[in-house]
Design a protein around this ligand. Structure first.
Ligand SMILES: *[C@@H]1O[C@H](CO)[C@@H](O)[C@H](O)[C@H]1NC(C)=O
Ligand SMILES: *[C@@H]1O[C@H](CO)[C@@H](O)[C@H](O)[C@H]1NC(C)=O
Ligand SMILES: *[C@@H]1O[C@H](CO)[C@@H](O)[C@H](O)[C@H]1NC(C)=O
Ligand SMILES: *[C@@H]1O[C@H](CO)[C@@H](O)[C@H](O)[C@H]1NC(C)=O
Ligand SMILES: *[C@@H]1O[C@H](CO)[C@@H](O)[C@H](O)[C@H]1NC(C)=O
Ligand SMILES: *[C@@H]1O[C@H](CO)[C@@H](O)[C@H](O)[C@H]1NC(C)=O
Ligand SMILES: *[C@@H]1O[C@H](CO)[C@@H](O)[C@H](O)[C@H]1NC(C)=O
Ligand SMILES: *[C@@H]1O[C@H](CO)[C@@H](O)[C@H](O)[C@H]1NC(C)=O
Ligand SMILES: *[C@@H]1O[C@H](CO)[C@@H](O)[C@H](O)[C@H]1NC(C)=O
Length: 626
């Protein structure tokens, strides 16, 4: 049946050569009919009909239309005896001779009718039957030209590598194909661009089908965190001169592997929270990042309860890292909370990091600072001796947080109210010392009210004030003083022993025992002090014995006032006593003439002359001392 069809195909074909003589047609039909063999193809019947020789012609592909390929009968008609043109042209079925070649059967000239393409059809076959002699089997071979570039099946190819893929691992890429033959086929590949840090290289090998197969190999180490993707432009070149090229973009996605642990943006976090903070109050936020992608880079936060905050005073939001108050805080119970916070990624094999969070609880109710004063006196009471020299310390001042008991630094402490007698000194702005600036005198000012004010530059500013009531203590720096230097007293000669003569008073400006006065009389026998006595406490002078105007009309006393200080101080005063004679009897003079001299400024009532009665022992007249 195949032959039948061929025959029909041939018949229809030969219809176009109606000019051919009927005779030849019949000849051919006979030849076919007589072919009892199974050999297919037109050659069979031609061989039966006549002997055949082969005429091979070559033509490069792509030559212009109308290009002369050659002649059928050239060189052959001499030896083989074909009769030359004209020919009956019989194309081999399916060889497209009719469409692509123009054959002049009268001359045997073959020309191209279309642009030939070896890659479409590499040869043409026909049988030329001369009027006599051997048939010519004509084969026109189309020669290859480099008219095809290597071509990748797709312009873009996407592949993926996990970032921990070892070096030299291969991935097959779609190879480029080039329809041309031999050296005009694909010869090599190269990466034109996109190969950051030479991460990849190409390798290729040719297989039996002639295709140059292509592999992409890892040339180094992949790190998604550094380069997450590559876009390589791969070029294929053939062996032409110049070579033709084809390109393909290879998009490479580096797949994440959990090779990075979360990293906190601080290794330690600090925060303070007032102790009355309500539950849920946010204290601070910790923050960690993980360079990995997807779940490998998603960070979850937790408090490590095994190591910290077992009481769950605080809690942390796993997603945001916000730490908030979970239970009522109490400054007095716990002032500092140290939390160990863990950041963990959500990879299959998670990685984690820890950070430390210090939360200081502040005492809100009691944050008023207090000024702490320590007096440097022997019994730590607010006093200073009036003998204190400038520069001597009075008190130590510091400003304390009463709850933490820590002393504030850089506090500005000022002092007022000392009238310049007191000042402040500090070396470190933490401890201040109150010092004496000017000499003190208790007898002038026995006490001072000093005001201490502490401020700082904080926000809110620290402000505290305190008054100090400072007593100046006494030293025995004043002797008793008599109200007068000289006292005058009168006493009747007849006075009984014990009669009051005069009370002297001395005053001591000191206080206490330093001003407790004891009076005494100095023993002066020549001025008859023994006639008198003095009360040591009251200073009252009384007679002690009978006094005698004639013996001494003006006895003179030296009184001493001594205080009870240590050592005691004393002073003296003079008492002049005038003794008055009292006589109510008729006087009997023992002398008829008394010769007495009296100073003109002599005080009134003074004994200037004692006139004794006759019975008394005559006494020598007494003259006035001055
Ligand atoms: C191949 O050749 C046939 C005729 O022989 C033609 O019709 C066709 O267009 C050609 N194809 C190409 C790709 O040149
Ligand atoms: C390939 O990568 C390039 C550059 O990154 C991008 O513009 C393009 O859209 C990618 N193509 C595909 C198919 O992923
Ligand atoms: C905490 O105490 C301070 C001072 O007493 C007060 O001003 C503040 O309002 C209190 N806060 C809360 C949440 O009770
Ligand atoms: C760390 O992150 C926290 C929360 O976002 C932020 O408050 C803090 O300022 C950051 N610290 C640094 C050093 O960037
Ligand atoms: C302390 O206060 C005084 C008086 O207000 C001021 O003159 C002085 O500059 C202050 N010192 C400091 C360190 O603030
Ligand atoms: C303090 O001294 C004044 C005199 O400057 C005095 O009047 C006052 O009584 C004294 N106060 C005390 C408590 O000693
Ligand atoms: C005062 O002196 C008396 C007697 O010398 C003594 O007993 C007393 O203790 C002294 N008082 C003081 C306060 O020193
Ligand atoms: C009295 O005495 C003075 C000197 O003592 C003497 O000069 C004078 O003469 C005397 N007078 C009589 C009258 O004796
Ligand atoms: C009288 O005057 C003398 C000399 O001027 C003087 O020394 C004497 O103390 C005075 N006597 C009296 C009691 O005033």
């Amino acid at each position: 049946m195949a032959e039948c069809k061929s025959r029909h195909g041939y018949s229809s074909c030969s219809n176009r050569h109606r000019k051919m003589s009927l005779l030849w047609l019949l000849l051919m039909i006979c030849a076919f009919s007589g072919d009892s063999g199974g050999g297919g193809g037109p050659g069979g019947f031609i061989r039966l009909a006549a002997a055949e020789h082969v005429r091979e012609l070559e033509v490069s592909e792509g030559v212009p239309i109308g290009h002369q390929i050659g002649f059928i009968g050239e060189f052959v008609h001499d030896e083989n005896g074909d009769s030359g043109p004209p020919y009956l042209i019989v194309p081999v079925p399916g060889s497209a001779v009719d469409t692509d070649l123009a054959i002049d059967h009268t001359t045997g000239e073959i020309r191209t009718k279309v642009a030939l393409d070896r890659e479409n059809r590499s040869s043409y076959s026909l049988v030329a039957i001369p009027l006599s002699g051997e048939n010519v089997r004509v084969v026109v071979r189309v020669l290859d030209e480099n008219d095809n570039a290597p071509t990748f099946p797709t312009p873009i190819m996407s592949i993926e590598f996990p970032e921990n893929t070892p070096r030299d691992v291969k991935r097959t890429l779609n190879p480029a194909r080039d329809a041309d033959l031999g050296r005009y086929n694909t010869q090599r590949y190269s990466i034109v661009s996109g190969n950051v840090n030479n991460a990849f290289r190409l390798s290729s090998h040719r297989e039996r089908d002639g295709v140059l197969y292509l592999d992409l190999q890892i040339n180094g180490f992949l790190d998604r965190e550094t380069t997450p993707a590559y876009s390589l432009v791969v070029e294929a070149l053939d062996g032409g001169s110049p070579p033709l090229r084809g390109q393909m973009t290879v998009n490479i996605t580096i797949q994440d592997v959990n090779d990075n642990q979360p990293i906190f943006n601080q290794s330690r976090y600090f925060a303070t929270v007032p102790e009355n903070a309500t539950l849920g109050t946010t204290v601070l936020q910790v923050y960690a990042t993980d360079q990995d992608a997807g779940e490998n880079g998603q960070v979850e936060y937790a408090i490590n309860r095994r190591q910290s905050d077992k009481e769950q005073m605080f809690r942390i939001d796993p997603a945001t890292g916000l730490i908030s108050v979970n239970k009522p805080l109490d400054f007095e119970t716990r002032e500092l909370h140290e939390l160990v916070v863990v950041a963990k990624d959500r990879g299959m094999q998670p990685l984690e990091t820890t950070a430390f969070v210090s939360i200081r609880v502040t005492d809100v109710n009691d944050n008023q600072p207090i000024i702490n004063v320590i007096f440097l006196s022997d019994d730590a009471t607010p006093k200073i001796s009036e003998s204190a020299q400038p520069g001597e310390f009075v008190a130590r001042i510091s400003v304390n947080d009463p709850d933490s008991r820590t002393e504030y630094a850089n506090v500005n402490v000022t002092l007022s109210g000392g009238e310049g007698h007191f000042g402040l000194t500090t070396r470190d702005n933490i401890i201040y010392l109150v010092i004496v600036s000017l000499p003190l005198d208790r007898e002038i000012k026995p006490n001072y009210t000093l005001s201490v004010i502490a401020t700082d530059t904080g926000n809110p500013p620290l402000h505290a004030a305190k008054d100090i009531f400072l007593t100046v203590t006494d030293i025995n720096d004043n002797a008793p003083e008599f109200e007068k230097d000289v006292y005058h007293a009168n006493v009747m000669e007849v006075a009984d022993p014990g009669t009051s003569v005069i009370q002297v008073t001395a005053v001591d400006r000191d206080e206490g025992n330093n001003s407790a006065i004891v009076y005494s009389l100095l023993d002066t026998p020549d001025t008859h002090s023994h006639w008198f006595q003095i009360d040591s406490h009251s200073g009252l002078i009384t007679t002690r014995a009978h006094i005698d105007c004639e013996t001494d009309p003006v006895p003179q006393l030296i009184v001493m006032a001594q205080d009870n200080g240590r050592p005691p101080l004393s002073s003296t005063g003079t008492v002049l006593v005038t003794i008055h004679d009292v006589n109510d009897n008729e006087p009997i003079f023992d002398q008829s003439f008394y010769n007495v001299s009296v100073a003109e400024n002599e005080s009134k009532g003074r004994c200037i002359l004692k006139v004794s009665e006759a019975r008394t022992t005559p006494q020598s007249p007494q003259t006035v001392p001055h």
